[in-house]
Write a protein that binds this ligand. Sequence first.
Ligand SMILES: Nc1ncnc2c1ncn2[C@@H]1O[C@H](COP(=O)(O)OP(=O)(O)O)[C@@H](O)[C@H]1O
Ligand SMILES: [Mg+2]
Length: 317
Amino acid sequence: MPVLQIKNLTKDYGFGRGVFDVTFDVNEGEVFGFLGPNGAGKTTTIRHIMGFSRPQLGSTMLNGMDSWKNHHIIQRTVGYLPGEIALPESLTGTQFIRMMAQLREMPDMSYAEMLTKKFELVPSGDLKRMSLGMKRKLAIVTAFMHDPPILLLDEPTSGLDPMMQGIFIDFINEEKERGKTILLSSHIFSEVDATCDRIAIIKDGCLVSTFVANDLRHNESKTFEIEFATKEDFERFREQREYFQKISIISVKQHRNQLKVLVDDANINDLITLLADYKLLFFSEIKFTLQDYFMKFYDHNTTASAAMEVGTADVVS
Ligand SMILES: Nc1ncnc2c1ncn2[C@@H]1O[C@H](COP(=O)(O)OP(=O)(O)O)[C@@H](O)[C@H]1O
Ligand SMILES: [Mg+2]
C-alpha cells in the first residue's frame, strides 16, 4: 500500500483557485516532487494531507488513514515543514526546541543535536530577533528532530542561503537512504532534479503530468549544437541528404554557421563519423532538462516561467 494516497482531491476557492481532482500516490521510501509556480496548489494539497483542511471532494490518506479523520495521529507521525513558518515570539530558540521535545515526549535528543550541527543552528537567541534564515533552520530542526518516517516539505529551501540549500538537498538524500518517504513541493527545478524519484507537475490546481525522473534523464535521443569554421562547411553539411534519415537538422543560425541536430542514441556514431570531415568551432550536447519538459505545459505563460527558478543561487521566496 502506498504511504500517501491522494484521490480526486478537490478544494474550490472560487475564481479558478484551489485544487481540482488531484490524484497521486507516494510509495514507501520514495522522494516525490510536487513542482509548480506560486499559486499552483502545492500548499493546499499538503495542508489536506496534514489534515488541516477538509476536502470538498476526494480524500487524502496516510498509511491508509484518512487525513481529516485522523489529523492528530497524522500530525504526530509526519515531519512537516510548512512553507510559511510561525514561531512563538516570546521564547528563545532553545526553549522552543525543549517545548517541542516535551510535547513529543522525546527521551533522546541526539538526533536533534545532530540536526542543530548540520544546519549550523544557533538556537540561543530570542525568536523575536532571529533572522529569517535562522528561523527557517529552527523550523527544520524542530520539524525533524523526532526522526519521523514521513517528511512533508513545503518549499523547504526558501529563505535559506545557497550553501544551506545545498546542505538541505544532501539531508533529503541522506533521509531517503535511511528509507524515509518524502513529499517535496518546490518551484526550483534544480532541487527537484537533485532529489526526486518521481515528479508531478501542477498547473492551476490540476496535475498535468506525473513521471519517473530517470525517464527524463535517460532520454533516448540527443540534441547537439554545432558551429562550423567556414560558411562552405556549414552549407556542405546541410546538403548531406543521405544522412537525413538518421540526423535531423532542427534549427539553423545562418549568420553564425551554427545548427542544431537531433539524433537517436543509436545513430550518434554516424554523426561523429560524418563530422570528422568538417572543421568545427564547437560541438556540444544541449541537455533536455526538467525545465524544458516543464515549460511544455507552461508555454506562453510568462508569469509561470518568471515564478520558477532554475538555480539555487537566485531563489526568491
Ligand atoms: N484559504 C484560502 N482561501 C481562498 N483562496 C485560497 C486559500 N488558500 C489558497 N488559496 C488560493 O488557492 C490557490 C493555490 O494556493 P496554494 O496552494 O497556496 O499554491 P502554492 O502553494 O502552489 O503557491 C491560490 O490561487 C491561492 O490564492
Ligand atoms: Mg505554497
